[in-house]
Design a protein around this ligand. Structure first.
Ligand SMILES: [Zn+2]
Length: 251
């Protein structure tokens, strides 16, 4: 690390749980972020400011005026531009050291798998079950740690599936693919602006912990946040032996 890096990351280096060694791991790390919206914004902002070496962002949408209430990586002048290009500009201004790769494409399972293979951690900031399940299937297959998050109305949830461990539950153990899960989209339901910031920031924290080995992650737990009452609870997650993705009867 050069002198400027020692200064830039000094407040991480001061933490005994991270230190020079942990910061060096971050500089060498590659993170895949699915979605550059409400969750993807704080995820990308914190991973970039914290110096994660390579940040790959996937999102095929363009910035819309209705996004700006919560998608804090985008600026008013970016309306109409691809979200990944807008995000890349903001992130470069914060930390030019980070290599940000923006992929303005709708990713399917095959593509996610190819991308996840080249990254150390996958952070899912997408807003629909189809993408979440595709991301999960790729992570189960490759045994990549997955940080999952969701935010709608005043309700948030975060979970870590550390699929490097064989006993880890996966997203489909929690929400089976055959389930009646219906997408509740921000476009219809509304979303409290800072809720996406809280959930995305927790996802960023969990990703940084996975990459540095600091502390204990949310693996094996689901964190539920009610931002209206400001109550947080965690419930234990167990692997479902009958899960169609990670269980004994996987297809
Ligand atoms: Zn499973």
């Amino acid at each position: 690390m050069n002198d400027e890096q020692l200064l830039r990351y000094s407040r991480h280096i001061l933490l005994p749980q991270i230190g020079i060694e942990g910061q060096a791991k971050l500089l060498a790390a590659r993170a895949l972020v699915i979605g550059a919206g409400g969750l993807g914004s704080p995820i990308a902002l914190y991973l970039a400011s914290a110096g994660v070496g390579v940040l790959t962002l996937c999102d095929d949408e363009a910035v819309d005026l209705t996004n700006l209430q919560r998608q804090i990586v985008h600026r008013t002048e970016a309306v109409g531009r691809k979200k990944v290009d807008s995000a890349r500009a903001t992130l470069a201004a914060i930390n030019p050291e980070v290599k940000v790769v923006g992929l303005a494409e709708r990713v399917d399972e095959k593509r996610i798998e190819a991308l996840a293979r080249e990254h150390d951690v996958v952070i899912d900031g997408s807003d629909n079950f189809a993408t979440r399940h595709a991301v999960n299937r790729a992570c189960v297959k490759l045994r990549k740690p997955l940080v999952s998050g969701a935010a709608v109305r005043f309700d948030g949830q975060i979970a870590v599936f550390d699929l490097r461990a064989a006993a880890s539950a996966c997203y489909a153990c929690l929400f089976p693919e055959s389930g009646e899960s219906e997408d509740v989209r921000c476009a219809v339901m509304g979303v409290f602006a800072p809720l996406t910031g809280i959930v995305g920031s927790i996802q960023a924290a969990e990703a940084l912990k996975l990459l540095t080995g600091a502390g204990e992650t949310l693996a094996g737990r689901l964190l539920l946040l009610d931002a209206l009452a400001m109550q947080v609870r965690t419930i234990k997650l167990a692997k479902d032996p009958g899960c169609s993705v990670c269980g004994n009867n996987r297809s």
